[in-house]
Ligand binder design. Structure first.
Ligand code: PEP
Ligand code: MG
Length: 588
């Protein structure tokens, strides 16, 4: 450090999104434009960096003036005004002085000090509830980017940049940001937005990256390179941790590692309760690279293969052959265990299947899930044929997302029948008994589970969506996160009703929402009658060990009592009481 005194420890509280502890320097990325390299400078270099900043600003002003002249020449005098405001910003002493002061106080390179000042300024503007200010941020981002490009690179990066291990702080991260991150250097991440059930959080848990979401103002208040601890168990970001805090976290980290190692040795044991009932623990995946995690986690198959990334990440939806290859790879890698492939679940909080001409007023209630597939039969047909082709090389099942009633299941099944006929005619092998299931994640499907059950081979309860639709709480909105309660009596009753309807018609029910990986709730879920719990690969061993420590008879009795309870909190506690008594050491 260039400064000698230890800064005071600051604790930011957020929502725990992925367990684990990360310790290291923070790196901040802002919205709008990407961060330049950041490194520390010696006090003796402050003047030099301030001069570099002055030169970058001068060069930008010169370029803008030239652009202004050119525009006036082409479009007339009054059009040059557009650049006037940009140039004025670069003459604003409030900005210039703040950057010069930031270089001196942070002892960081000029590019980064400029970026940090502009980022704070822009974030402030974005949060003013006035569209005029929000619109102006695009202009300021544009000028800022220009200035950043105009810094002369006269020095090599000397210390930490994003190529070193770091804790990432961002306003928000999309699932593709998370996938695209260089995970070798990422110790953990924290975001201001997001929620425990966002796909970004789900992916963080899949890869075992500690994460905290809902950390208000962290992007504005955090200085890059500050030393920090990210506590993914408690949902905390601690900046400038004191030696005592560091010691505490080192010890906690060591204890958690010990439990992890112990779990490793039990991961292949049968997942049977103490009173001899077998339950399946399988894994949820979205990326092919997760197959390696699945191979090592002890999962008995994949209970949910989300196909959104495969289908929507590129510029075009991959062909039937490319999809068949990917599905076959998963099927082969898992054999003899099964893989349940979910057909495309576009829209809502996920990627749209095609650019929409107008934004949907209520995306969660709009064009998503099976509704999109049924509306695009050619696309749906290709995916179904690809899944069928993969069923020839391993144990494959298919399921449909966001089913709200029987007619959708009938139409989808009819399409499968036609695809089977086509493949038969073409002489392409597939499993004629391919199991077909539905995700129960819309309350209408849960309420009508008895009407759906005769038409399918299994149910998989998607609690992430089932909870949000039942209690009308957006699963990714931090403002209402407190109301998102997996043990709400209405949710528990819907789960029970679905499982009972399945049993009455001789089909099994699994749970593949994030609730399935929360071992506080394992007694409740198996007590309600779930036969399969499909969870992130990192949770498989823990859920397996929880099952081995439980008595199904006791859990069933508790689950029956729970149905008479009125409060989510009491229901949670009834399950937690058994969990703590049976495997308290495993609870995060
Ligand atoms: C769910 O809704 O619980 C689920 C598993 O699907 P997703 O999280 O992909 O919506
Ligand atoms: Mg869902």
């Amino acid at each position: 450090m260039a400064t000698s005194t230890h800064p005071t420890e600051v604790v930011h509280e957020g929502i725990p999104a992925s367990p684990g502890i990360a310790m290291g320097p923070v790196h901040v990325i802002a919205r709008g434009f990407s961060a330049p390299e950041v490194f520390e400078i010696a006090l003796s270099e402050v003047l030099h960096e301030q001069e570099r900043f002055r030169l970058a600003v001068e060069l930008t002003k010169q370029q803008l003036t030239e652009l202004q002249t050119r525009l006036e020449h082409i479009a007339g005098d009054d059009h040059g005004d557009i650049f006037e405001a940009h140039i004025m910003m670069l003459e604003d002493s409030a900005v210039l002085d703040r950057v010069a002061a930031a270089i001196a106080s942070r002892c960081q390179n000029a590019e980064y000090a400029f970026y940090a000042v502009m980022q704070t300024f822009l974030e402030g503007m974005r949060r003013i509830p006035d569209p005029y200010f929000r619109e102006r941020t695009a202009d300021i981002e544009d000028v800022s980017q220009r200035v950043l490009r105009n810094f002369q690179a006269d020095s090599e990066p000397r210390q930490l940049g994003p190529n070193e291990t770091h804790i990432l702080i961002a306003y928000d991260l999309t699932p593709s940001d998370t996938v695209g991150m260089d995970r070798r250097h990422l110790l953990g991440f924290a975001t201001e937005q997001g929620s425990v059930n966002s796909h970004t959080a789900i992916l963080a848990r899949a890869f075992g990256i500690p994460a905290v979401v809902g950390l208000s103002r962290s992007v504005i208040d955090v200085t890059a390179l500050s030393s920090a601890i990210l506590d993914g168990y408690a949902g905390r970001l601690i900046l400038h941790p004191s030696p005592a805090t560091l010691a505490h976290y080192r010890q906690l980290h060591a204890e958690k590692e010990k439990i992890r190692n112990a779990l490793e040795s039990t991961r292949d044991a049968a997942t049977e309760t103490l009173d001899g009932h077998h339950l399946t623990v399988s894994a949820n995946i979205e990326l092919l690279e997760e197959l390696e995690l699945v191979a090592h986690c002890g999962a008995k198959g994949v209970g949910l293969y989300r196909t959104e990334f495969l289908l929507l990440n590129g510029s075009d939806i991959p062909s039937e052959a490319v999809q068949a290859d990917a599905y076959s790879r998963v099927a082969r890698a898992l054999a003899p265990h099964p893989v349940i492939i979910r057909t495309l679940d576009a829209g809502g909080d996920k990627l749209p299947v095609e650019p929409l001409t107008e934004p949907e007023p209520n995306p969660f209630l709009g064009w998503r899930g099976i509704r999109v597939s049924l509306a695009r039969p050619a696309m749906f047909r290709e995916q179904l044929r690809a899944i069928l082709r993969a069923s020839a090389v391993g144990k494959v099942a298919v399921m449909f997302p966001l089913v709200s009633g029987l007619s959708e299941v009938e139409r989808a099944r009819e399409l499968i029948r036609r695809c089977m006929d086509e493949l038969d005619r073409e002489g392409i092998p597939f499993d004629h008994q391919l199991p077909v299931g539905v995700m129960v994640e819309v309350p209408s499907a849960a309420v009508c589970a008895d009407l759906l059950a005769p038409h399918v081979d299994f149910f998989s309860i998607g609690t992430n969506d089932l909870i949000q639709y039942t209690v009308a709480v957006d699963r990714v909105n931090p403002h209402v996160a407190e109301l998102y309660r997996p043990t709400h009596p209405a949710v528990i009753r819907l789960i029970r009703h679905t499982i009972d309807a399945g049993i009455a018609h001789g089909i099994w029910t699994g749970i593949c929402g994030e609730m399935a990986g929360d071992i506080r709730l394992t007694p409740l879920l198996i007590g309600l009658g779930a036969k399969e719990l499909s969870v992130g690969p990192q949770r498989v061993a823990r859920v397996g060990q929880a099952i081995r420590s439980l008595n199904l008879a006791e859990c069933s009795a508790m689950a029956t009592d729970v149905l008479g309870q009125t409060r989510s909190y009491d229901i949670l506690n009834m399950s937690l009481e058994i969990a703590s008594r049976s495997y308290g050491y495993l609870l995060d």
